[in-house]
Design a protein around this ligand. Structure first.
Ligand code: PLP
Length: 361
């Protein structure tokens, strides 16, 4: 490992590639909608399930993008972020000891969310090039399997499921009589064809879609997410939401409404920027000692650390101390990916060039 060996000191110039959120600003018209809501004194509680216009807008999004029809009055719930939505879903679905199948690399909150709700995560090792091991799901199913939980596109690998893989998962959920929970929070940040599980309308009774405004619209701090599911599931999660959060912050709901109904140029522009950064990173590290798994979506990529030298607590510590690059360890995303780190490209292209220069010097 030639380079860099920077022996980074306290004052070193660290390149931060840990961000889990867009480096872009929330679009102007979205911010204005929130200000307007406040000035119009839209400041009290709303109906717990979310203002009707926003529920309609979210259903329209899924119908326009994926041809999936959900009823605004009974099959959608506006929640304080996708993460809280997942928490509600697991709380509603799981009895103690129920199993939920996840595929590595999987977002690090999943196992804790399942565990906190009395469930047992059944984690399947990643396949070639960090592909989710759909072929291992059938054998992992048991009478205790309550759900298969997927993230598409995947944080941290940027993998986008193929239609065939989704069809197979739908078939397995049907066969086993379990739920399929699809976290599609990065759906719009895809550099290839993205297929939503919502397109498989014949499994709609066992499908729960989790999504939100955080990533696509650069709105992480606004805390607006949504769930699309059968009215039976929505009734169950609504009860939890109603007696815990009451409703999502009202100005945030109006901001999300403007995001969903307004011009979508900003979403497209941001995705174009992520794509260009992805290309820079992939081209820059090609042939280097660090193998990068090219992402097809999200703003993350997994980088393989060839061999961790003695004396480092983990791969990210190594990358930080030797190359001055802050990353996230692969281990929390699954044992099978513990030789990787996650790099985020929520940073400008100059910083990416600098990171590449350090990794290839
Ligand atoms: N799901 C995945 C896979 C994520 O990566 C994140 C955020 O990092 C979330 C959900 C949380 O989204 P929200 O901000 O809507 O809670």
């Amino acid at each position: 490992m030639a380079m860099a060996k920077m022996a980074m000191g306290a004052s070193a110039d660290i390149i931060n590639m840990t961000w889990g959120q867009p480096d872009f600003d929330t679009p102007e018209h979205v911010k204005e909608a929130a200000v307007q809501a406040i000035m119009e004194r839209k400041i009290g509680y709303t109906v717990s399930s979310g203002i009707p216009e926003l529920r309609e807008a979210v259903c329209d999004l899924y119908e326009n993008l994926y041809g999936a029809v959900y009823a605004p009055s009974s099959e959608v719930l506006i929640v304080p972020g996708a993460k809280q939505g997942l928490m509600y879903v697991m709380q509603a679905l799981l009895d103690p000891g129920d199993e939920v199948i996840v595929m590595e690399p999987c977002w690090l909150s999943y196992k804790d969310i399942i565990g906190l709700n009395g469930g047992i995560p059944v984690s399947l090792p990643a396949g070639n090039e960090l592909k989710p091991s759909v072929e291992l799901v059938e054998a992992a199913m048991s009478p205790r399997t309550k759900a298969i939980l997927i993230n598409n596109p995947i944080n941290p690998s940027g993998y986008v499921y193929t239609r065939d893989e989704l069809a197979r998962l739908a078939e397995l959920a049907e066969m086993n009589g379990c739920y399929l929970v699809s976290d599609e929070i990065y759906d719009r940040i895809s550099f290839t064809e993205f297929v939503s599980l919502a397109e498989f309308q014949d499994i709609r009774e066992r499908l729960i879609v989790v999504n939100g405004f955080s990533k696509s619209y650069a709105m992480t701090g606004w805390r607006v997410g949504y769930l699309l599911a059968s009215s039976e599931v929505i009734n169950a999660v609504s009860l939890i939401h109603q007696h815990s959060a009451t409703c999502v912050s009202v100005p945030s709901q109006y901001a999300a409404l403007a995001a969903a109904n307004g011009p979508q140029d900003a979403v497209e522009e941001m995705t174009r920027a992520y794509r260009s950064r992805r290309d820079i990173l992939v081209a820059g590290l090609r042939g280097s000692q660090f193998e990068l798994v090219a992402p097809e979506g999200t703003f993350y990529a997994m980088l393989k650390i060839p061999e961790l030298p003695e004396g480092f607590g983990g791969n990210s510590e190594y990358l930080l101390k030797e190359y001055g690059i802050a990353s996230v360890n692969g281990a929390p995303y699954g044992d099978s990916v513990n030789t990787y780190v996650r790099l985020s490209f929520c940073c400008d292209e100059d910083l990416l060039d600098k990171a590449i220069a350090r990794l290839t010097a």
